[in-house]
Design a protein around this ligand. Structure first.
Ligand code: ZN
Length: 132
């Protein structure tokens, strides 16, 4: 597994990503609103990995509640795997409780699944299936 991206919750994804583009020279990789997750996503490339800025579409969304409670910051880390179903089975065999026992489609159109933070040192961890 390698680190695919870090997800950072912010009030304003355009402003935060613009700051990272200016300071660190990270090019824009993706900009998308995901209505069913209540979030606007702006992704910047950093070599093989990404910085993913998450802006809530409203206060009553998962990221909106996170920002209200913690004032933004690191929201999740995501590891890339070759075979997401095999990775889920392996983690469940290790006693991990999955939020998504079945993969769903993420903002980039790839299969994703989240682990329960209680199973991973209190950190929200996402898996993404990325071949090669
Ligand atoms: Zn993510």
């Amino acid at each position: 597994m390698h680190l695919d991206h870090v997800g950072i919750a912010v009030d304003d994804a355009a402003a935060a990503s613009e700051t990272f583009r200016r300071l660190f020279g990270l090019p824009l990789a993706l900009e998308r609103t995901v209505e069913d997750q209540g979030v606007k996503v702006v992704k910047l490339s950093s070599g093989e990995s990404f910085c993913e800025f998450l802006e809530p579409l409203g206060p009553d969304t998962p990221v909106g509640r996170f920002v209200a409670k913690r004032g933004g910051g690191l929201h999740h880390v995501c590891f890339a795997v070759e075979d997401i179903r095999a990775a889920i089975a392996d983690l469940e065999a290790k006693g991990v409780e999955m939020i998504d026992r079945e993969p769903r489609t993420g903002a980039a159109g790839l299969p994703i699944a989240f682990l329960r933070p209680e199973s991973a040192a209190g950190i929200l961890v996402e898996l993404v299936e990325r071949k090669g």
